[in-house]
Design a protein around this ligand. Structure first.
Ligand code: SME
Length: 165
């Protein structure tokens, strides 16, 4: 069931298809949010080439709080509207930042990050967190990444029991 067979050189749509199917299989009927977000972070980390951080911030008490991730230790709390994560969360819209050095208010957790994509997680109409992926190169994320990661976010939003994280 575990996918260590990602062909990282595959075209992006194919790669994201494999990623979505693997995640779906890995979740199965498990509703636990912590477990599923942990596996999702690990799977994204394994599947995608040229990234240096992949993980989640969950909404707690009106703030984004660090959740399961892969990569270097990161900022623990991000206020709504702050940084790339807080902006995507406040607008409830995916945000692709081609060059973080040109994004006013970007929060630099890892100096190595140059581009970033943040996808809000919306479950039953409520914002429950964000999925954040960082890359060491500028312009790493395009519309294929947006579509692929929005699919991952939608899967998690639907299948996870969010009230228990
Ligand atoms: N760069 C993000 C902060 C989170 S880290 O990249 C893991 C931001 O500006 O919101």
């Amino acid at each position: 069931m575990h996918a260590s067979h990602f062909d990282r050189s595959a075209a992006k749509p194919e790669l994201y298809e494999t990623l979505a199917r693997s995640l779906d299989a890995l979740i199965g009927d498990e509703p636990d949010a912590l477990a599923n977000l942990s596996n999702a972070a690990a799977l994204i980390w394994e599947a995608l080439p040229d990234i240096n951080w992949a993980g989640f911030y969950v909404l707690r008490g009106g703030e984004l709080v660090l959740g399961p991730f892969q990569g270097r230790p990161a900022c623990v709390r991000i206020a709504m509207g702050k940084g790339v994560c807080g902006t995507a969360a406040a607008n409830r819209e995916t945000l692709v930042v081609p060059d973080v050095q040109k994004f006013p208010g970007h929060i630099a957790c890892d100096e190595a990050s140059r581009s970033e994509i943040v996808v809000p997680l919306i479950a039953n109409g409520n914002l429950v967190g964000v999925l954040d992926v960082d890359a060491p190169n500028a312009n790493r994320f395009d519309d294929d990444d947006r579509a692929g990661l929005e699919r991952v976010a939608a899967l998690l939003a639907q299948k996870v029991r969010w009230e228990r994280i």
